[in-house]
Structure formats: structure tokens, C-alpha cells
Ligand binder design. Structure first.
Ligand code: ZN
Length: 325
């Protein structure tokens, strides 16, 4: 699993960065011209950096998994294929399926991208630099499907979709009015997630909302296990906060994806990136200037532009910028 799943990080997280390498990137974020006049700056990923203790404990679990599943001579582990049911909580302020109350087709388009990326069957895989072609094996054997039953076991009218007006959630304020990434995460982690989350041991929870004020494209929680520290904003992930939050304009490939100044974030890769975190993948640079993503089949990777924003590898202006062990 380590070999396969973690190889995927080279593609998922490195590929994410190279895809957007053509943009003017400053300290881990990017500037995109909105409507040709107004510049809008996005923070692509606001997932908190997990603690060293989290890394230690998580990697112990990975090692144990490898032991339990008997790696072959090449180090390849026989993984058990998994298909994870997904519920997309659409947090909106509309009276019909329009705007940020996104369509079922847009949701489905995101699942299609996730499944292609995690199976390594995406058609733009040639964008991976040649140095990584040997490790882009890609098929993580993790797939995703829209949930067909709700937590009560009832068939869902719209598979995998839970529509909620934000003002029907007790204590919630408008996600679009959150004026910073931190404020947006506080709103979701403390109010919206606990009120809407479905059992994270049975579903992968995705929240989609309009969040223009925050400037965020998305963020994820980290996988938790008993006693894991630092998974989510300094505290362990719990059944109240597990999942990923994605900007409605950066979700999927159809509908409103990419509109309102959010081109080119209409390829579904924000969710691919964040779901990678949700499954335990670090940024390839290890969130450092030259860090380790704990994937022993890829070299250490230089961080982002000037090592900015914790060294996120968003912005290598020309490939390669590598430091080999
Ligand atoms: Zn990230």
C-alpha cells in the first residue's frame, strides 16, 4: 500500500502543482485575473500541517499495514481495494438548484475525476515530469462512489448529496462572508461540520460552499486514530470534523466550476489534492523548504517559491527544482 498509495502522492500532489505552474505564484497562493480587470488571489490549500507526532504515529500504521499485507520482492503491497461512499454536503443560500446550490451533474463530475486520479487513468497523466514516470503507478485501489443510503439506511433521492441552506444550521453564518481562511475554517469546524457530518467511519464527508471572502479553494482534515495528536488545527481529528471542504467554483468540472474568476480550477483537482490529505498524503515537499513526504519511492522535494507558505510545492517556476537525498 505504501508503495502504491504513496507513489500516488508524487502524481496527486506534485501533479497538482505542476498543473498550475504557469501562473504567477506568490508564497503558496496564486493570482488570477478576474473578469480581466480585478485580481483575485486564492489560497489553494489551507490544510493544517500535521505535527511530527502525527507523522510518527501515522507512519507506524503504514509500516504495520505493509507487514500485514506482505510486500513482494519489489516492495509492492497487496492492497485490498476499497470503494468509499461519499456524501457531499452542499451548503448554500438558494431556493432552487442553482449557483452554489450546485447540480448533481457537477457533483458527479467530481467523483469521475477522483476515480480517474486515484486509479491513475486520468488522461492528462503525461503532464507528470518524466523523472516521475517510473513511480506514477497510480492505481491506489481506492475508489469513490456517491452514497446510495443515508445514515438511517433510507435510499437517497439524490445519491451522495445532502443540501443544506446555511441559515438552517444552528449558529451558522454565511460561509461566503467569512473574511479569511481562518474564519472560514472556524465556521466549518466548529459549527457547520458538527451539525451536518455523517458517520465518517462509513462515509467520506465533503462540504461544498461559496467562500469568496476566505480566498480558499479547500482544506482537509487528516486521518485520525486513537490518540493521534495534531490532526486538525492542533487537535485530534474527531467524528465531528473529518472530511474536506471545497470551494463550489473549484469543485468538479461542470456547472459553475471555473466560473466567477476561478478558471483554471475547473479540473476537479482541488478535491483530488484534499482527498489525498484526508487519506494521509503530505505535500510532496513535506511542508518544508526541502522536506520529506515519507514516501520512500520519491526523492526529497524542494518546497514552493522561496519556501513560502511552509514550503508548499506550488510554484516551481521551471522543472526541475529538486534536491536528492
Ligand atoms: Zn494541500
Amino acid at each position: 500500500m505504501k508503495k502504491q498509495l504513496l507513489s500516488a502522492s508524487a502524481f496527486l500532489l506534485f501533479g497538482f502543482s505542476t498543473m498550475f505552474a504557469q501562473h504567477n505564484v506568490i508564497a503558496g497562493s496564486t493570482q488570477v485575473t478576474k473578469a480581466g480587470t480585478q485580481e483575485q488571489q486564492f489560497t489553494r490549500c489551507a490544510s493544517p500541517v500535521p505535527s511530527a507526532e502525527w507523522d510518527t504515529q501515522f507512519n507506524k500504521l503504514v509500516e504495520q499495514y505493509i507487514k500485514d499485507h506482505q510486500a513482494d520482492a519489489t516492495g509492492k503491497v497487496n492492497t485490498v481495494p476499497a470503494t468509499i461512499p461519499v456524501v457531499v454536503h452542499i451548503i448554500h443560500n438558494q431556493n432552487s438548484v442553482t449557483q452554489e446550490n450546485i447540480s448533481a451533474a457537477q457533483v458527479a463530475s467530481q467523483i469521475t475525476v477522483l476515480n480517474a486520479d486515484f486509479a491513475g487513468t486520468n488522461t492528462d497523466i503525461t503532464s507528470v515530469p518524466s523523472i516521475f514516470t517510473g513511480v506514477q503507478a497510480g492505481n491506489t485501489q481506492v475508489q469513490f462512489c456517491l452514497a446510495v443510503t443515508d445514515p438511517n439506511g433510507n435510499p437517497m433521492t439524490e445519491p451522495g448529496i445532502d443540501r443544506k441552506k446555511w441559515n438552517t444550521i444552528s449558529g451558522a453564518t454565511d460561509p461566503n462572508a467569512a473574511s479569511s481562511g481562518a474564519a472560514l475554517q472556524t465556521l466549518f469546524n466548529n459549527t457547520i461540520k458538527p451539525a451536518t457530518i455523517w458517520d465518517p467511519t462509513k462515509y467520506m464527508n465533503i462540504w461544498v460552499a461559496k467562500m469568496d471572502g476566505s480566498g480558499l479553494l479547500g482544506y482537509a482534515s487528516w486521518p485520525a486514530a486513537a490518540g493521534f495528536p495534531g490532526g486538525q488545527l492542533g487537535t485530534a481529528e474527531t467524528n465531528q470534523n473529518s472530511g474536506v471542504v471545497i470551494n463550489c467554483y473549484a469543485f468538479g468540472t461542470s456547472g459553475i466550476a471555473g466560473t466567477s474568476g476561478y478558471t483554471p480550477y475547473n479540473k476537479g483537482r482541488t478535491a483530488t489534492h484534499e482527498v489525498g490529505h484526508w487519506l494521509g498524503l503530505r505535500h510532496i515537499s513535506g511542508d518544508a523548504a526541502c522536506g520529506d513526504d515519507f514516501c520512500n519511492d520519491t526523492p526529497k522535494q524542494k518546497g514552493g517559491f522561496g519556501g513560502g507558505q511552509g514550503g508548499l510545492n506550488y510554484s516551481c517556476p521551471s522543472f526541475p527544482i529538486l534536491t536528492f537525498r
